[in-house]
Design a protein around this ligand. Structure first.
Ligand code: ZN
Length: 277
């Protein structure tokens, strides 16, 4: 690549060394007629349009994969909480049933002894029966206190569990909607993306390797905005003004220029408009 030695530096937006930037790209200027430069600029322009559409598709899907992941995590988390509360409630339910059963037994013993205590044959027998009645009362009282606690605990857990169930249901629905939306987008854009990528490949083929690299490098920094239009002496990419002499040079399209401020490839408004007419 002997001719490269005289090539002026390409303005690279990723380059940190701003001072050494030369905003001119003119590798083949001495052998390329103006029309050829115009054609290249139009290829750049078309490429930008293709890349802008691809960027739009990406943006359209953009948030969905992230949102779906977040919803999946949330739903899983809610389910864990719900299961924990359900287990606790089931355990408390069982405890309550056992205590109720025990109380029923105690009450049966108490009423049986209540009848028997008048048929006793000795004071000792009477005392034993009364003692037994009392101890059963103590058990019943203790159990009733615990049953009250259990009811309150179950209520508390149920409220919390219900809240998680509500969230679970809401976000499960949202998750299903987002997932089908993404599936739909993937399906919808599959063809379009394929076509755009093929078109992109065809356009890139019309450019020399160094121009492909120039374009791709700028496009990596400004997805779908590698080209800026010069309008009223301003760069449409960064809105910085361009010196009048440079505007004339850009309009004559004898070289490829990039913006001194943002690094985008510059194309004159008139060139784009004359093409589209
Ligand atoms: Zn600019």
């Amino acid at each position: 690549m002997q001719e490269n030695q005289n090539e002026e530096l390409i303005n690279d937006p990723s380059s940190k060394d701003v001072e050494t930037r030369v905003v001119e790209y003119s590798m083949h200027e001495h052998i390329q007629p103006i029309q050829q430069i115009r054609d290249k600029l139009m290829v750049f322009y078309e490429l930008t349009q293709v890349d802008a559409e691809l960027a739009d598709i990406e943006e359209e899907k953009g948030d969905l994969p992230h949102l779906i992941k977040k919803l999946q995590d949330n739903v899983k988390d809610y389910k864990t909480h719900i299961d924990q509360y359900e287990k606790l409630i089931a355990k408390l339910d069982k405890e309550e049933q056992e205590l109720t059963k025990e109380n029923k037994k105690c009450e049966e013993i108490i009423s049986k002894y209540d009848e028997q205590k008048y048929d006793v044959k000795s004071n000792k027998e009477y005392d034993d029966i009364v003692k037994s009645i009392d101890s059963n009362f103590v058990i019943v009282e203790k159990n009733e206190k615990r049953i009250k606690e259990i009811i309150s605990e179950i209520e508390d857990h149920s409220t919390k569990s219900e809240n998680y169930k509500k969230k679970f249901e809401e976000e499960t629905n949202e998750l299903e909607e987002s997932q089908s939306k993404l599936d739909e987008l993937n399906k919808q854009y599959e063809e379009e993306e394929k076509e755009l990528n093929e078109k992109r490949k065809e356009l890139l083929k019309q450019l020399e390797e160094d121009k492909q690299n120039l374009y791709n490098r700028i496009n990596n920094s400004y997805k779908g905005e590698a080209i800026a239009i010069v309008r009223k002496e301003n760069c449409s990419g960064c809105f910085n003004s361009i010196p009048p002499q440079r505007v004339i040079e850009i309009r004559s399209a004898q070289k490829i220029f990039t913006c001194q401020s943002c690094g985008r490839i510059l194309i004159d408004d008139s060139l784009v408009n004359s093409e589209s007419e």
